[in-house]
Design a binder for this molecule. Structure first.
Ligand SMILES: Cc1cc2nc3c(=O)[nH]c(=O)nc-3n(C[C@H](O)[C@H](O)[C@H](O)COP(=O)(O)OP(=O)(O)OC[C@H]3O[C@@H](n4cnc5c(N)ncnc54)[C@H](O)[C@@H]3O)c2cc1C
Length: 479
């Protein structure tokens, strides 16, 4: 018979993954347990949902899952709202069949009632939410924990391995890689998803008096159009949700994975990487599911190449954002970078651009412009181009601080996977984070340089240029 509080494995994982956000007690008169879904937008392999279910069963109360969209979130736009609502529609459908009560709200205008969550929390025995260090999630969660009367717990479903396994900041891929390898098999045990024992009574749900969105029947585009958000950053072709994420995963496992190490280097090869980052960022697919599918299907060599990104670099990024409060500023960089930046701060920049010129993809370089247009038009950018894109801005801005601020802005405003721990780690990598010093050059100092001019000799970019910006292949001659 299954243990009512979950297997010892589940309890061990939860003791590592759950973080109390306040010292308050569980409220015995609370009418339900509330799972406030934020960054783990799925019902499967979700440790926060697992904990909320266990607690609901333990105290004999029903479970309510609530997710909401806010116009006040940083970079709230038609692009992100649409992607999240597409995923939410699928969650709503699945919740019904899994015996879960899931409800969704959209606060349309900044002056609409902002207290729905507080009203729900005021009637809850306990609030469980997602642990996520970026995108404003941890700040929102902490503010709620400080305001409400009941206990609030944040639970980590981001990493395959619980992030709490690493107590300090890991400094490089080589330091975290062997630790992850030791913990991996254990971390891939199933989460043991179960429905709560007590259903949420319809009368209790109605008494909450909340204007839930009818996800099954609403017109998502019309709902998004009513919101007071940025409509210039519009919806893209990629559709949010678990089903599109699984379709990508399976397509990638059958095709792109075969020669991943080589193919992901070439921007013209559209299928050379998984393109799963928007889904992983929103928690629409579990990283455990991705890692398990790849380990089952790939040769050892290709699996290792993929896991180096999906596990080592992704979990290093999570560790960085959790353990380094300065992850959004230059203070996060190692001493050798600071010495280099001091020595080269006044070097003359040959070319500089304004933020508007960068945003409009109006630089002299066709590869850079193609990457920026891919980002603006699709919400994604090929990894190799993204590295060149980030590195180039360092030499095109007056100061290193300006380069960092503008890169974070452009990435997080347009990228479907933006505001992620990977966003901060990837951009900081451009400035030397997790890297070593190189021979000194003007402006770069000892930071690893990357040359747009030489990119076309190392990577296949011709098809990429044609596809994303309508640039003629002959424009390469300008680079
Ligand atoms: C300047 C810059 C900005 C970046 N901004 C983001 C961002 O906003 N969000 C984001 O998710 N990634 C970011 N990255 C990392 C990387 O570019 C993307 O994760 C990757 O391109 C996503 O494509 P994919 O899903 O096809 O990756 P795949 O190659 O299929 O890899 C699978 C998964 O592994 C993870 N991954 C892959 N490469 C990296 C990496 N270098 N570091 C950490 N995790 C990785 C991602 O979750 C990815 O979805 C950035 C990198 C740079 C250089």
């Amino acid at each position: 018979m299954k243990h009512p509080l979950g297997s010892p494995y589940v309890r061990d994982q939860l003791s590592l993954r759950a973080l109390p956000l306040n010292e308050k007690r569980l409220q015995p008169e609370g009418e339900f347990v509330l799972y406030w879904m934020q960054s783990t937008q799925r019902l499967e392999d979700n440790w926060a949902l697992r904990l909320a279910t266990i607690e609901a069963d333990r105290v004999g109360k029903p479970l309510l899952i609530h997710q909401g969209l806010e116009p006040s979130s940083t970079y709230a736009s038609a692009r992100f709202h649409t992607f999240v609502m597409q995923g939410a529609r699928e969650i709503a459908r699945r919740a019904d069949s899994l015996g879960l009560t899931y409800r969704f709200t959209v606060r349309r205008r900044l002056d609409d009632d902002a207290r729905v969550l507080d009203r729900l929390a005021s009637r809850a025995a306990l609030v469980v939410t997602d642990l996520f260090p970026t995108g404003g999630v941890s700040e929102r969660s902490q503010r709620l924990a400080d305001r409400v009367n009941c206990r609030v717990l944040a639970v980590d479903s981001v990493g395959v391995v619980p992030a709490a396994s690493f107590h300090k900041e890991e400094y490089a891929a080589r330091t975290i890689r062997p630790k992850l390898a030791k913990l991996l098999d254990l971390a891939l045990e199933p989460v043991d998803d179960r429905a709560p024992k007590r259903a949420m009574p319809a009368a209790l749900l109605a008494s909450l008096n909340v204007d839930w969105l009818d996800l099954a029947h609403c017109d998502i585009a019309a709902e998004v159009a009513r919101c007071e958000i940025d409509h210039e950053v519009g919806p893209v072709a990629a559709r949010g949700g678990l089903a599109p994420a699984r379709a990508r995963l399976h397509g990638f496992v059958e095709d792109g994975l075969r020669d991943y190490a080589e193919r992901r280097r070439h921007p013209s090869d559209d299928g050379g990487s998984s393109r799963l980052s928007p889904y992983l960022h929103n928690g629409m697919i579990s990283p455990m599911e991705v890692v398990s599918a790849v380990r089952r299907s790939a040769s050892a060599e290709q699996a290792e190449a993929f896991l180096n990104e999906m596990l080592t670099w992704r979990e290093l990024s999570l560790n960085f954002c959790l353990r380094n409060a300065g992850h959004g500023s230059l203070t996060a960089l190692p001493d050798w970078v600071h010495r280099s930046m001091r020595a080269h701060a006044d070097d003359e920049r040959e070319t500089t651009y304004t933020l508007e010129e960068l945003e409009d993809a109006a630089t002299h370089d066709p590869i850079w412009n193609a990457g920026q247009r891919e980002l603006v038009q699709t919400g994604q950018m090929h990894n190799v181009v993204r590295m060149l894109w980030g590195k180039s801005v360092i030499t095109w801005t007056e100061t290193y601080e300006q380069a960092l601020t503008w890169l974070l802005h452009l990435n997080n405003k347009y990228a479907l996977d933006g505001r992620d721990p990977n966003s901060f780690a990837g951009i900081q990598w451009c400035f030397g984070k997790f890297d070593r010093p190189f021979a000194s050059r003007p402006v770069w100092g000892t930071i690893r340089p990357m040359s747009l001019a030489r990119a076309h000799t190392k990577y296949d970019v011709a098809g990429y240029l044609g596809r994303w910006n309508g640039a003629k292949e002959g424009e390469l001659a300008l680079a």
